[in-house]
Design a protein around this ligand. Structure first.
Ligand code: WTA
Length: 665
C-alpha cells in the first residue's frame, strides 16, 4: 500500500472475545505487579530497571541524553561487555546448566553448557584476534542455524567487534552488498549445511561474494559442518580463507579478556529492507539494546533460569538476535536451537523436539502456525509436550490461527502473546505482559512498559486515543532498544524514520516522532491491532522485503522493459510478491522469461524472496507525471475495488491489466 493513499484500511475484523491467563501461570510469572507500567512512566529513569538486570563494568551516570535528537543516548557513561553478560556471569551459579541445546536436522544433538559456551566463545575470540580483528571492526557472518553462529556473535562482542549477521538464505549478491555497505573485510562462513536431507554448499556463496569486484574481503573464516557423507574443503592457501578449526586447535583453553564497551558503542548491525534502494544497516548500541532485550525477555517472554525456552526463528533475523541469543542468554536460561525445517523428516518434528526437551516456552510466527494448521492437528497427536507460554511475532495473527495455536499447541492452557516490533526497535514494543492482561486473538495488545505509541493521520495530526480508527503507527518517546542510526548514513536514518512526523528543526526530543511504517487501530479497550505495512515494504512469510529491491532484481532480466512488484494476500504465507512485467518490444511472454525473473530474484536476494506470479502486461498504471501506481496493481492482485483512478494518465490500463492477468496469470 502506498503512503499517499494510506488509510484505506479500517477495522475489518469482528470483535473478539478475551481469554484470561490461567491462575497457575499468573502465580509463577515474572511480571505480576501492574505497577510496572507506572514505574516505567517515570521517563527515562523507569528504563534503568532493565539496565539493572545487567552486569556493568562501569555504572551509567545518566539514563538518557536527548540533547541531539534523533541521536539519543542511553545509560550514558556506563560500560559493559555483552559476552560477559550472556556467558561469564552465569558461571558461578550454573556453569553445568545447558545454555544451548542444539538439535541438528538429521537428529544429532549437542548440549552446550554455560561452561562450554564460555570456552568456545573465548577460543573463537582468540581466533578472531589471531586473524587481526580489532575493536570496532565490522565482522560479517553468513551462517546457518549451527552453534558456530551464536558463538561467533558472542566472540565478536567479547573483543568489541561489531557483528553483521546476514541470514544464510541470502544470495551471494545480497551478501556482497552487505559486506560493501558495512566496509567489512572479514567474513565468517561455513563449508555447508543440511536442508531437508540435502547438503548445501554454502561456501559457494562466500566464494562468489568474495569474487565480486566491490567487496574487499581480506579474511574469510570457514567453519566446518561436513561429516562422513561430505568431504571437507581443500584450501589452496592463496585465497582469503582460513579454516576455523585449524586456528581453534591452537587456541585450546584460551582466555580472552573481555573488552569493556561504552554503553553507546555499537554491538551489531542488522540489515533490513526499507522503502528505497538497498537494505539499510540498523545499528544497535551495546547497553540500551542488551538492557531492552533482557528486560523484555524477562517480562514478555517470562523467561526464568530454570526454563527450557525455544524460539523457532532463525538467528539471521532480529528475532533470533534478541530472543535466541542476547535476551535469553543474558537471563541465563536454557535455549533450544534447531537447525532444520519443521517438516523434516516429518511434520511432527517440532513437537517431538518439544517433548524430548520438555520445552516450557515456545516462540514462532503466524506463517508457521498457518502451515501447522494446514498440515493438520494429527501431527501433534501423541506428543507429550506441555507449554506454559506461547508467543508469536512477524505479522498480524488472524484470530483463526490464534485459536488453533491456543487449542492445539497450548492445549487451552497456555498463555499466548502476540509481539509487535521491528528490526529497528531492538525488542518488543507492543504486546501484552502475559500475566497482566487478558489475551485477545488478533490484537497485539498494550504498549510495553515505558513505550508510548500513537496513531497519526497522513497529515500528521494525532488521532484520538482508543478511537477505533486506523492510522499511521508512530512512537512518541525514545526507548533504549531503538536503533542508533543507519550505518554510515545519518541522513537516511532521519529520512526513513523521523522526517515525516517530526519537527526536525527542533532540538527538543519531544518534537521527534518515530515512524514505524505500519498502520494500526487503537481499540476502545486500549489494545492495538496492527494492520500491516503502509509503505513499500512487504512481509513474505514473516520476512521483510522491499518493493524496490525486488523490482531492481527483476529489472536485471534482459527481456524486461519495466516491472512493478506488489504484495498479494496469501492464506498461508501472509503476503507473496506478484511481479507485473512489461516486456521489451519484440519479446514474447514465455515460461522461459518467467524462469529468468525468478532466477534473478533468487540470485539478487535469495530463494525465500521468490515471486509467486510473474504477470505479463502491456502497460503499467501510471500517473500523469509517470509515477507507477502500485496501489492499483495491488488492488488487482487482491481482487479488490480499484479505488480512485482519476489520476491515471490512461484510465483504461487497469481493465487491460485485469484481462491480461486472467488470461496469463
Ligand atoms: C511486521 C520482526 C503485526 C510489521 C520483529 C513490522 C508485525 C515488521 C508483528 C517488522 C506483529 C512484526 N503483528 N505485524 N506481532 N511483528 N510485524 O523488521 O509490519 O523483520 O513493521 O522485525 O513486521 O519486521 P522485522
Amino acid at each position: 500500500m502506498n503512503e499517499d493513499d494510506t488509510i484505506g484500511l479500517e477495522a475489518r475484523l469482528p470483535d473478539q472475545e478475551y481469554y484470561r491467563p490461567p491462575p497457575k501461570f499468573v502465580g509463577q510469572a515474572n511480571g505480576t505487579d501492574p505497577d510496572i507500567y507506572e514505574r516505567f512512566e517515570d521517563f527515562p529513569d523507569g528504563f534503568s530497571e532493565y539496565a539493572e538486570l545487567l552486569t556493568w563494568d562501569e555504572r551509567w551516570d545518566e539514563t538518557f541524553d536527548g540533547s541531539d535528537p534523533p541521536f539519543f543516548e542511553w545509560f550514558v557513561g556506563g560500560s559493559l561487555n555483552a559476552s560477559v553478560n550472556c556467558v561469564d556471569r552465569h558461571l558461578e551459579e550454573r556453569k553445568n546448566q545447558a545454555a544451548l541445546i542444539w538439535e541438528g536436522e538429521g537428529g544429532e544433538a549437542r548440549t552446550i553448557t554455560y561452561q562450554d559456551l564460555y570456552r568456545q566463545v573465548n577460543e573463537m575470540a582468540a581466533v578472531l584476534r589471531e586473524v587481526g580483528v580489532e575493536e570496532d571492526d565490522v565482522v560479517t557472518l553468513h551462517l546457518p542455524m549451527v552453534p558456530a553462529l551464536p558463538i561467533t556473535m558472542l566472540a565478536c562482542a567479547r573483543i568489541g567487534a561489531v557483528h553483521s549477521v546476514v541470514f544464510a538464505g541470502f544470495s551471494a549478491n545480497a551478501l556482497a552488498d552487505r559486506l560493501v555497505d558495512a566496509d567489512s573485510d572479514v567474513l565468517v562462513s561455513i563449508d555447508g549445511y543440511y536442508r531437508r536431507g540435502e547438503w548445501l554448499d554454502h561456501k559457494a556463496k562466500a566464494d562468489e561474494a568474495i569474487d565480486t569486484e566491490e567487496t574487499a574481503v581480506e579474511t574469510a573464516l570457514l567453519w566446518s559442518r561436513h561429516d562422513d557423507l561430505h568431504e571437507g574443503v581443500e584450501l589452496t592457501g592463496d585465497d582469503p580463507y582460513v579454516l576455523v578449526d585449524d586456528v581453534l586447535a591452537e587456541k585450546q583453553g584460551a582466555h580472552v579478556e573481555p573488552v569493556a564497551r561504552d554503553a553507546e558503542d555499537p554491538l551489531f548491525l542488522m540489515y533490513t529492507s526499507g522503502t528505497t534502494g538497498k537494505p539499510k544497516g540498523c545499528q544497535h548500541r551495546t547497553g540500551g539494546y542488551l538492557a531492552y532485550a533482557a528486560g523484555t525477555s524477562k517480562y514478555v517472554l517470562d523467561i526464568k533460569t530454570t526454563d527450557t525456552y525455544w524460539c523457532a526463528a532463525d538467528i539471521g533475523w532480529i528475532t533470533g538476535h534478541s530472543y535466541i541469543v542476547y535476551g535469553p542468554l543474558a537471563l541465563g536460561t536454557t535455549s533450544v536451537m534447531y537447525e532444520g525445517t519443521p517438516d523434516y523428516p516429518d511434520r511432527s518434528r517440532l513437537w517431538e523436539i518439544a517433548e524430548r526437551y520438555d520445552v516450557d516456552i515456545f516462540h514462532t510466527s503466524p506463517t508457521a502456525i498457518r502451515q501447522f494448521m494446514k498440515w493438520g492437528e494429527e501431527h501433534l497427536a501423541g506428543y507429550d509436550f506441555d507449554f506454559r507460554h506461547l508467543t508469536t511475532v512477524g505479522e498480524p495473527i488472524q484470530p483463526e490461527a490464534w485459536q488453533w495455536y491456543y487449542d492445539h499447541v497450548g492445549d487451552e492452557d497456555a498463555v499466548i502473546v502476540d509481539t509487535w516490533w521491528q528490526t529497528e526497535t531492538g525488542g518488543h514494543l507492543i504486546t501484552n505482559l502475559p500475566a497482566l492482561e487478558d489475551m485477545k486473538p488478533g490484537s497485539a495488545g498494550r504498549p510495553c512498559p515505558g513505550i508510548e505509541p500513537a496513531l497519526y493521520e497522513d497529515d500528521g495530526t494525532e488521532i484520538e486515543a482508543a478511537s477505533g480508527r486506523a492510522g499511521n503507527l508512530v512512537i512518541e518517546r525514545p526507548w533504549p532498544g531503538m536503533l542508533q542510526t543507519v550505518y554510515g548514513d545519518d541522513d537516511r536514518f532521519i529520512d526513513e524514520y523521523w522526517r515525516r512526523f517530526s519537527d526536525t528543526d527542533s532540538d527538543d526530543w519531544r518534537d521527534w516522532v518515530y515512524k514505524t511504517g505500519d498502520g494500526a487501530v487503537h481499540g476502545q479497550d486500549g489494545y492495538y491491532r496492527v494492520l500491516g505495512r503502509l509503505d513499500d515494504v512487504m512481509n513474505v512469510s514473516g520476512h521483510r522485503l522491499g518493493t524496490m529491491e525486488l523490482e531492481s532484481a527483476v529489472a536485471e532480466v534482459e527481456a524486461i522493459a519495466e516491472a512493478a512488484v506488489v504484495a498479494r494476500e496469501d492464506r498461508e504465507r501472509g503476503h507473496v510478491p506478484d511481479v507485473y512485467v512489461v516486456l521489451r518490444d519484440g519479446v514474447e511472454g514465455s515460461d522461459d522469461v518467467r524462469k529468468q525473473v525468478i532466477a534473478s530474484v533468487e540470485d539478487e536476494i535469495g530463494a525465500f524472496a521468490r515471486p509467486d506470479r510473474v504477470l505479463f502486461v502491456s502497460a503499467l498504471p501510471k500517473t500523469r507525471s509517470g509515477k507507477i501506481m502500485r496501489r492499483v496493481l495491488e488492488n488487482i492482485s487482491n481482487k479488490e475495488d480499484l479505488g480512485d483512478t482519476t489520476t491515471l494518465r490512461d484510465p483504461s490500463v487497469p481493465d487491460q491489466i485485469r484481462e491480461q492477468v486472467q488470461t496469463n496469470g
